[in-house]
Design a protein around this ligand. Structure first.
Ligand SMILES: [Zn+2]
Ligand SMILES: [Zn+2]
Length: 287
């Protein structure tokens, strides 16, 4: 059993496997060592057996190759290897109930994943399916769909934490009653379930967007985390770089630390236990 402070852990990274990231898993490990990271989580955009979301997800046919790359990197650098870098293997998933047994039985079961995280990147709307959150303006109904999907994923019990909960703000630019209500619903569910939510480091590296009250980051948005700090003081807060390039493994940390401190938010500690099958169990603990 080992416990780590947040500044030594990054569990959200994407390599070349997803098609829009760069760098081999091995290159991420070398950068992690260079940048003072002790626990590196590989969380490639999760493929589905029916190759849904093909433009942004690794293809299903490469699943075994990816897992093998994670395992080889772990063996080379891990506790028994030449460095003391712990490499965990996981995926960033979009939850849909129809993939439940795939996540549970295949990813956790057959492939022995150490953790899964989720984000809501595509909206399931009554008239259209899989509308990208990052493309085009979102209306109130879209925001509700986002919130429902986010909560459904949290409640599935499959995920270690929720990524970029305020991603909706990328294209729902107003901070109005609707945004407050939806944010509150997500935050209160996370507190009920003891599930950590992520201040996403990738947002700090993206272009600003125009909102009704001026230019701001697409995400994370201060209003969401201000609300979290004011009304949900026991919320577990984590942060990751969401690196899509190996050199970005820990680049997020100073900005995320400063952002969180501005609201008096403290980050989780991360506990990692060995599993009998050689894998790891990850838990996020209150600061
Ligand atoms: Zn990505
Ligand atoms: Zn994401």
């Amino acid at each position: 059993m080992n416990e780590y402070s947040q500044d030594r852990v990054n569990l959200h990274t994407h390599s070349f496997f997803c098609g829009h990231g760069t760098g081999l898993v091995e290159e991420y490990a070398l950068q992690a060592i260079d940048q003072g990271v002790s626990v590196l989580g590989c969380s490639e955009h999760c493929p589905t057996p029916d190759n849904r979301w093909p433009r942004s997800r690794m293809s299903f046919g490469r699943l075994d190759e990816y897992v093998a790359a994670c395992k080889a990197t772990q063996a080379a650098h891990g506790p028994a290897g030449r460095d003391d870098l712990l490499v965990l293997r996981g995926f960033e998933c979009d939850y849909r109930p129809e993939y439940r047994s795939y996540f549970e039985d295949h990813l956790y079961g057959d492939l022995g994943c150490d953790y899964l995280l989720f984000g809501v990147h595509y909206l399931q709307l009554p008239e259209r399916r899989d509308v990208p959150v990052h493309r085009g303006p979102l209306g109130k109904a879209d925001l509700h769909a986002y919130t429902e999907q986010y909560i459904e994923a949290m409640r599935s019990g499959l995920f270690l934490f929720g990524a970029h909960p305020d991603l909706f703000a990328f294209n729902y630019r107003a901070w109005d009653d609707e945004a407050v209500a939806c944010s509150r619903a997500i935050l209160s569910c996370a507190v009920d379930l003891d599930m950590a939510l992520e201040i996403n480091g990738y947002g700090f590296r993206k272009p600003l967007v125009e909102a009704p009250d001026g230019m701001r980051m697409a995400y994370p948005i201060p209003r969401f985390w201000e609300l979290a700090a004011a009304e949900f003081p026991s919320l577990l807060v984590t942060t990751n770089s969401d690196a899509h390039d190996a050199s970005d493994v820990a680049v997020h940390w100073p900005a995320c630390r400063q952002f969180a401190a501005g609201f008096g938010l403290k980050f989780v500690r991360i506990r990692i236990d060995d599993r009998p099958d050689g894998g790891y169990r990850v838990k996020m603990l209150a600061p």
